[in-house]
Design a protein around this ligand. Structure first.
Ligand code: NAD
Length: 499
């Protein structure tokens, strides 16, 4: 057995995927199921059974019953469970990181970073007593004998439906805020990577939340639709591709729920001749090739403005060539495999189409083969295309693979036009030392998250996170103050006293 393969199989991951409902682990009895596959080795790790409409109904009813008592639990008591959850997750960080790396393929360093970003949201939600107070507002003396208040109240059962690319962090964008505000919660994680959620829920179980406050159901599209249509679900958070986000938004809204649906992305970066290129290059490389490009904040098109182009091109090629592709559990790996064979094929098709449309291949990772022959993974080597223009499919479609597209522009105005040419609006970055260029970029680019000399502009938990245009369907975003508004209703209370 090769060294890398031995390293992978040495990690013990759960070989079963259970639901967690009403404080008990149960094995879902589904009509269909799917194997959970290690994308680096091709090994089948477990099977996930898809929960049926009946199983979803049981989970939602359990959460609904738990709501009455949970909403009466003072917020200062509710957050004590989150303080404990933070500790439990920190104690299990290494165990979750290795399981996450194995089921997803990302490097174990990326997995640790992801879990820490998730824990950050638990920490922010621990401040819920203060967060719920802020923005509530009251006006005394509306009239001589009358006061008016706005009081925040939880609504009931919320669900979150999450994607494959951040199996630990994204569930934690929602769970802590939902329960800290007094709601109860049902998570439906991605069926491609359900094992991380098993471990997160082992931490939830160890904390001992009252039964039914935090629940987990596994499954696929039918499970999601059962949640979207359930009468007792008050609100839906979704993160995934834009077509599914739109479906979730429309279906949930049709069924009278509040909904926040984060979709796909197409993010550009612009490097001007005022940039500190030495610092820009590692930032760009991390943004494009990190997580094997499977990140909604990846800047997969990089526009070099005017004279910076040639120097930037040379440095990016050199840096990309030096990346190491391998299994995520190897600490030396920079780029892990793609999640499935289909994902890899999709990226290869996009590259072929770009070449037919006139782009040129400067660095070709298409034929990458891992030296360990017994690793049957979906690897793709770092790839770099140049001569990419905005009319090409690859310039408009999310790549979700380790592919960097280089384009050039005569000036900042035309670069910004290119950035705004896509239907998405998740994120974008500019590399410049000029304040006026940065200011123009921030002002004119239509995206929810803008980085200045920052390649992955992921906001910290105390700020909201979400895109614009086809990257987001809804109103209130995830995290921070938006999360408090999403998970609570402000009731107006008007008082008059006669004596
Ligand atoms: P996906 O849309 O395939 O799946 C996401 C979730 O939706 C999963 O839980 C899945 O079970 C469910 N689902 C899939 N098809 C469905 C259907 N027809 N009906 C109902 N439910 C369905 O997304 P993915 O491939 O897991 O994740 C990658 C996508 O997520 C990328 O487009 C990426 O940009 C996006 N993403 C966006 C953000 C953001 O903040 N905007 C963050 C992370 C990922």
């Amino acid at each position: 057995m090769s060294e890398q393969r031995e390293r992978a199989v040495s990690v013990d991951v759960r070989d079963h995927v259970d639901n967690y409902v009403g404080g008990r682990w149960t094995t879902p009895e589904g009509d269909s199921s799917q194997p959970v596959v290690d994308p680096a080795t091709g090994d089948e790790l477990a099977t996930v059974e898809f929960s049926t409409v009946e199983t979803v109904d049981e989970a939602v009813q359990t959460a609904d019953e738990a709501f009455e008592e949970w909403r009466q639990t003072p917020v200062v008591e509710r957050v004590q469970y989150l303080f404990d959850l933070k500790t439990e997750l920190e104690n299990r960080l290494e165990e979750i990181a290795t399981a996450l790396s194995r089921e997803h393929g990302k490097t174990v360093g990326e997995a640790r970073g992801e879990i820490k970003r998730g824990i950050e949201n638990v920490e922010v939600a621990c401040g819920m007593p203060n967060m719920m107070r802020e923005g509530s507002g009251n006006v005394e003396d509306v009239a001589a004998d009358m006061d008016e208040y706005a009081v925040r109240q939880p609504l009931g059962v919320f669900t979150a439906i999450t994607p494959f690319n951040f199996p630990a962090m994204i569930p934690l964008w929602f769970l802590p805020y939902a329960v800290a505000t007094g709601n109860t919660f049902v998570l439906k994680p991605s069926e491609k990577v359900p094992l991380s959620s098993q471990l997160i829920f082992e931490a939830v179980d160890a904390v001992g939340f009252p039964d039914g406050v935090v629940n987990l159901v596994n499954g696929g599209a039918d499970t999601v639709n059962a949640l979207l249509e359930h009468d007792d679900i008050e609100g839906v958070s979704f993160v995934g591709s834009s077509p599914v986000a739109k479906h979730v938004y429309e279906t949930a809204a049709e069924h009278g729920k509040r909904v926040q649906a984060q979709g796909g992305a197409k993010n550009y970066a612009v490097v001007t001749d005022q940039a500190a290129v030495d610092e820009a290059v590692p930032n760009i490389i991390g943004s494009v090739y990190g997580n094997a490009g499977q990140r909604c904040l990846a800047n997969d098109v990089v526009v070099g403005v005017d004279t910076v182009y040639d120097d930037l091109r040379e440095r990016l090629i050199e840096a990309a060539e030096n990346l190491t592709v391998g299994i995520g559990l190897d600490e030396d790996t920079d780029v892990g495999p793609l999640i499935t064979g289909d994902s890899r094929e999709r990226v290869l098709d996009l590259i072929d189409e770009a070449l037919e449309e006139g782009a040129e291949l400067v660095l070709d990772g298409r034929d990458f083969e891992h030296p360990d022959e017994d690793l049957d993974g979906h690897f793709l080597g770092p790839t770099l295309l140049e001569g990419v223009t905005t009319d090409m499919e690859i310039a408009q479609t999310e790549i979700f693979g380790p592919v960097l597209c280089l384009a050039d522009a005569d000036d900042l105005d035309s670069a910004i036009e290119m950035v705004n040419s896509t239907k998405y609006g998740n994120a974008s970055s500019i590399y410049t030392e000029s304040g006026s260029e940065a200011r123009q970029y921030r002002y004119e680019v239509d995206a929810g998250n803008i980085g200045v000399n920052v390649g992955v502009c992921a906001p910290m938990g105390f700020f909201h996170f979400g895109g614009r245009k086809a990257s987001f369907f809804g109103d209130l975003h995830a995290q921070g103050e938006d999360a408090v508004n999403f998970y609570t209703e402000k009731t107006i209370q008007i008082e008059r006293w006669y004596s």
